[in-house]
Design a binder for this molecule. Structure first.
Ligand code: 7RM
Length: 634
């Protein structure tokens, strides 16, 4: 296979080349793609504005690189094997030819409903093949998709729709998750009440629940595609034309719309998919993420389909109808490559080995993890009981902003070490700095993780607010992209990601800003103010700890009822993923004399480490620290 590294020596050789001649390195890889017009220049960049352009003036369409490029060789090969939430419902298999035709048909449908190149489309769907079809149909006609995880609330959805001025929303009547089903269209209806930009809503029938359709605005997917042709001409896109927007949480304010463009993202996701997973024709690859997150974009949809892989897509949850469901699916579809989050491993590990025993798991060749640091214990359990000690584990570190995997072993090639993401992929130049921005050279150092040179799928901007992009990622350390993560490098030059150093928490692999959760809690009419911090959680990695000050007249309310009511508010404002694990009511928050909340102290209390809270005498209100400690049980 083209562009494939086969040995550790090969990796070091390619890495060297990617650093000494990045443009030559990426040009060689890009040559193997299908271009309508080749680029004039490989790279233009500066990290000050920032401005980054890859494959300048190249013309292409990413979907032609998924379909036309491969149809000669594997039109009849399965592209997507879909597994329903309900184990008794038949799996669906879509070959590359079938997927191609469905994408074309839906692309034509979008055009019929007025979608043009550059228009933004929101996708709010469960994990069904139509999610991939909708994304690829957008890409085919040059529309920009903004996929919103279908667990987000109406308000979160409305914020994202308005920020990107979305013209059309694609959703389903409802969604199944385990034993429950819930309405999606009703959430979209509530959201678009606040969004005057939305003209049309296309609704996929999934659960069959009764759904209110508004004439002229709402159309059923199955009706809309009826008379559409399965032939569609791909829009000619510039390398730097926007491919998608994906909202992600940061340390301040509202989520940002991370923007990825066409050519660089295409080249990088395919290259990293092939090399990290060492995928071979005939292998069956399953990534258990949701398409609502970047992992779904890059490693359920674009990376594997560009590589011509067969992808398993699963609608349900790991514990329904039983806690062996993941392992059952692996045996059923003879999965060779399995990519999941540490939180899922820890959750399933907690059920013991009984649910694993009935399954052979002998098709597995490679295991992967992503989303958060994996603790050594979970790593060993995954390695021993799922991989039967014969499957390499690729612990892949990357971010929504990086578009693709950045630091990761190559399966079966890079010697692994539990809890280490190991070595940077070719093209990635990490740099560790101290808090002043001074580079920490040599091995065996610990500090903040930056990247000093662009790679093809680095974010280009944050939608509608370039200054915010500059501020967030390119201003902390001059001339560097700052990841927001702490990192340790060991004697062998291996990288271990330590977690966020900013006010972002990682709950079950989902990124949340503490400010975002606080804003949601503060929407409660009886809440005066709040402070949110993360704390270590056995299954979720981090849990959410909220310190809440109620309005004066609310202090007589029953605390249990108040907790429920605060939870409902958070559910409404963001969604269930942001619900605090612990809520502690207090009369005030510890503050500095200038009025800043002392999170350091709250973090220590949340972690249960109250022996040394540091100097609190300079606080405006040192007495509340005692009160909070007592309320927290110390
Ligand atoms: C892909 C994704 C990004 C943040 C990132 C890290 C953390 C991700 C790992 C990891 C340790 C890993 N995108 N993170 N992967 N930490 N080891 N292998 O998760 O934008 O949602 O989150 O996730 O803190 O900055 S994301």
């Amino acid at each position: 296979m083209l562009n494939r590294i086969h040995s550790l020596g090969g990796y070091f050789h390619e890495y060297q080349k990617s650093v000494s001649d990045p443009e030559g390195f990426w040009a060689d890889i890009a040559e193997t793609f299908f271009w309508r017009k080749k680029w004039d220049k490989v790279l233009n960049w500066n990290f000050d504005e920032p401005k980054i352009e890859w494959f300048v003036n190249g013309k292409l369409n990413i979907t032609e690189n998924i379909f036309e490029r491969h149809l000669f060789t594997h039109a009849d090969q399965a592209a997507i094997i879909w597994e329903s939430n309900n184990p008794n419902e038949d799996s669906r298999i879509l070959t590359y030819q079938e997927l191609y035709e469905k994408v074309n048909q839906f692309a034509n449908t979008l055009k019929t409903h007025g979608v043009k190149k550059g228009d933004r489309i929101a996708i709010y769907l469960p994990m069904v093949p139509e999610a991939s079809i909708a994304m690829l149909a957008c890409a085919k006609i040059g529309a920009v998709h903004s996929v919103v995880f279908a667990g987000f609330s109406a308000q979160s959805l409305a914020d994202r729709i308005n920020d990107a001025q979305v013209k059309l929303v694609i959703t389903a009547d409802g969604s199944y998750r385990g034993a429950k089903s819930f309405g999606l269209k009703s959430i979209v209806d509530e959201a678009v009440e606040k969004c005057s930009c939305v003209e049309k809503i296309i609704v996929l029938k999934r659960t069959g629940e009764s759904t209110n359709m508004i004439e002229k605005r709402d159309i059923w997917w199955h009706d809309a595609i009826q008379n559409e042709s399965t032939v569609c001409k791909a829009e000619l896109m510039d390398s730097e034309d926007m491919l998608f927007i994906l909202y992600t949480s940061g340390s301040t304010g509202k989520p940002k719309g991370v923007v990825h463009t066409t050519a660089g993202y295409m080249v990088y996701t395919q290259y990293t998919f092939q090399n990290v997973f060492q995928y071979n024709q005939g292998d069956i690859y399953w990534c258990s993420a949701d398409v609502g997150w970047v992992t779904g974009h890059s490693y359920i949809v674009y990376g594997p389909l560009l590589a011509g892989a067969t992808v398993v897509m699963f609608e349900g949850v790991p514990t329904y109808p039983h806690t062996g469901r993941f392992w059952e699916i692996i045996d059923k579809h003879k999965v060779t490559h399995f990519y999941t989050a540490p939180t899922a491993i820890r959750a399933l590990q907690a059920y013991g080995l009984e649910p694993v025993k009935p399954y052979k798991l002998d098709s597995l060749k490679v295991l992967g993890t992503v989303g958060e640091p994996i603790n050594a214990e979970a790593w060993h359990w995954y390695h021993t009981h799922i991989g039967k000690s014969k499957c390499p584990i690729v612990d892949t570190w990357w971010q929504t902003e990086t578009g693709g995997m950045m630091i990761s072993p190559l399966a079966g090639i890079t010697p692994t070490k539990p809890a280490y993401a190991t070595l940077p992929l070719p093209g990635i130049q990490p740099m560790i700095v101290d808090s002043e921005g001074k580079e920490l050279t040599g091995n065996a150092v610990e500090g903040n993780l930056c990247i000093k040179f662009p790679w093809p799928s680095i974010l280009r901007t944050t939608y509608g607010d370039h200054e915010r992009c500059r501020q967030t990622y390119f201003s902390t350390y001059k001339g560097l992209y700052f990841t927001g993560d702490g990192v340790k490098r060991d004697e062998d030059g291996y990288y271990r990601i330590l977690g966020r150093v900013d006010d972002v928490i990682n709950v079950s692999g989902h990124r949340l800003g503490t400010a975002e959760v606080e804003n949601a809690i503060n929407e409660h009419p009886l809440v005066n103010e709040s402070a949110v911090v993360g704390f270590p959680h056995d299954i979720k990695g981090q849990g959410i700890y909220a310190f809440v000050v109620l309005e004066r007249d609310a202090s007589t309310h029953d605390p249990e009822k108040m907790r429920d009511s605060v939870n409902i508010t958070v559910n409404k404002v963001i969604g269930a993923i942001a619900r605090p694990d612990k809520i502690l009511f207090c009369t005030a928050l510890p503050k500095t004399r200038s009025g800043k909340i002392m999170r350091r102290i709250l973090r220590k209390i949340a972690e249960g480490d109250v022996s040394n809270l540091g100097d609190i005498t300079t606080l405006l209100n040192p007495e509340v620290v005692e009160e909070i400690k007592k309320a927290a049980g110390f």
